[in-house]
Write a protein of this length. Structure first.
Length: 525
């Protein structure tokens, strides 16, 4: 099937029998599953069986997790009704209101959540059926892939390079540089999509796979074409069951309409994609550990060099890109590098997905321009702490980063170090704790996570991370001593300098930031 035929089919279908009816969308994601969203969807399906002019669509979550489960009703005349925090008992009233002429607007909380955002990667999430490729094609999906396949791989790489796109997995290395690197080595090449996302407080990649699986697949196919890869693996966290289910369904649809396999869109380019489930453990997000587990080896990092672009999956030149990274690529090819660079910072163009959780009024997933401050995310999008509470500490970037006091919320989100203490943005997790939570306890929990997740291959990480936890325990139990503080500084430095992979190299982050911002309190305690 050519892209013209695919788009024609999608348009004809969008003009078919269901398009003239009322579209009832229920958002089901891993977040809303815990709030019985699937039961709401089933109740709506049962209630709409006898309704001639309405049909049900199950979508992913649009990021407003605080409002889940959500139901959005689009009438044929363009009117929209929005229902938040729906339960099964609300279903009869929702169905009874179909076609009644009333417009139910989003709540002020939803408007406040979305207004400061700039949706590129997350556009259409929560509105499209992840199990329907025609839904995605009808809003412009796969047009960027068709454009890429009509250009040379070098041209695709040049356009992505020109956009200034940096990786969004935490290291912020330009993905197009990896594509160039892999192309410089002969032989079969592979592409691996890193969807492990194992750290606490992070759920951005899962939202993309649950709500926009075809956007990720389109970006992956463009990257495979640019790299010259005929094989692609999407490596999904072992516990991300809904993500894996929806990605598998998207792959099946793509194969059926000629978007995967031989001679994609009649272009001469061939590539197949498979889903691989993670082996369990935070360290599997490290790219060489990920490769080892796909090959059936122990989940531990490899010595480098050689780097994956030279010798990766089964010793083939391999590109490893993050889910959010690849989901930016269709937008860049569709709108152009210059348009992409109009948002964000000159040194870091584009947007960033941030996962906001903890003691805020509106937790969820937000997409903001690079350069947005922590305060704008926490107070503007998240609504600040609940009434009667104050922010005590903010953990940014997960266990590989550190903790910040509320006085540092003017820091801008950007690649690299956010503060000289070593706090980094990482993959984009922001966890807010109120003033009743001890900063020492937060740092201790992050350090304990690193110690538990260490694969044990290298001595500094295996032995050093538990010793940091023990020193933090002594501080918590008895106030500790000056020698404990000095030992923590020493361990953080040694473990970071001598470890093989990013887990150990960044394990001292929570300790360093704790000592920098809260060291005086610890000493006096």
């Amino acid at each position: 099937m050519t892209f013209t035929e695919l788009r024609s089919r999608a348009r004809q279908r969008s003009l078919g029998p269901t398009s003239g009816g009322t579209r009832v969308m229920v958002q089901v994601g891993q977040c809303s599953q815990a709030l019985d969203a699937e039961a709401v969807a089933q109740a709506l399906a049962d209630a709409l069986e006898s309704h001639d002019s309405a049909y049900l669509v199950t979508t992913g979550c649009d990021g407003a997790c605080f409002a889940a489960p959500q139901v959005v009703v689009n009438e044929p005349d363009g009117r929209t009704r929005h229902y938040s925090n729906v339960n099964v008992s609300d279903v009869p009233a929702i169905v009874a209101a179909l076609g009644d002429g009333e417009v139910l607007r989003p709540t002020p909380a939803l408007e406040d959540f979305f207004t400061p955002q700039h949706l590129q990667v997350m556009s259409w999430c929560g509105q499209l059926d992840p199990a329907d490729v025609d839904d995605y094609v009808a809003v412009g999906g796969y047009a960027s892939l068709a454009d890429a396949l009509s250009s040379s791989p070098e041209d695709v790489i040049d356009r992505v390079l020109e956009s200034g796109l940096q990786g969004r997995g935490g290291a912020y290395f330009p993905p197009a540089r990896k594509w160039q690197g892999a192309r410089s080595f002969p032989g079969p090449r592979a592409l691996v999509v890193n969807a492990e996302e194992g750290e606490p407080g992070l759920f951005k990649d899962r939202h993309i796979m649950e709500g926009l699986p075809h956007r990720l697949l389109e970006g992956a196919l463009i990257a495979a074409y640019a790299t010259g890869a005929s094989r692609c693996c999407i490596y999904i966290n072992a516990e991300a069951h809904l993500s894996a289910q929806r990605m598998e369904a998207a792959l099946d649809q793509a194969r059926d309409c000629g978007l995967l396999g031989d001679n994609i869109l009649d272009s001469g380019f061939s590539c197949d994609v498979e889903v691989r489930r993670g082996a369990g453990g935070y360290v599997c997000g490290e790219e060489t550990t990920l490769l080892n587990t796909i090959e059936g080896r122990r989940r531990e990092p490899r010595l480098r060099p050689p780097f994956p672009v030279e010798s990766g999956l089964f010793r083939q030149p391999t590109v490893i890109n993050n889910v959010e990274t690849l989901s930016n690529v269709p937008y860049i090819l569709q709108r152009g590098p210059a348009r992409y660079g109009q948002v964000g910072l000159e040194s870091a163009p584009g947007t960033k997905l941030v996962c906001l959780s903890g003691s805020v009024r509106r937790p969820g997933l937000a997409e903001v321009p690079m350069g947005t401050t922590l305060g704008q995310v926490i107070h503007g999008i998240g609504g600040g702490p609940p009434e009667g509470r104050e922010i005590g500490v903010v953990a940014v970037g997960g266990p590989s980063s550190g903790v910040l006091p509320p006085s540092e919320l003017d820091l801008e989100l950007r690649p690299g170090v956010l503060h000289p203490s070593g706090v980094v943005m990482g993959a984009g997790g922001i966890m807010v704790m109120d003033s009743t939570v001890s900063p020492l306890d937060v740092a201790r929990r992050l350090a304990a996570y690193n110690a538990a997740e260490s694969c044990g291959k290298c001595t500094p990480c295996r032995e050093g991370t538990p010793r940091m936890v023990a020193a933090l325990d002594r501080l918590a139990e008895s106030g500790g001593s000056a020698s404990d503080l000095e030992e923590l500084r020493y361990l953080a430095e040694i473990v970071g300098a001598a470890s093989l992979c990013g887990l150990g190299q960044m394990a001292g982050g929570p300790v360093n930031s704790l000592l920098h911002f809260f060291g005086a309190e610890l000493s006096s305690g």
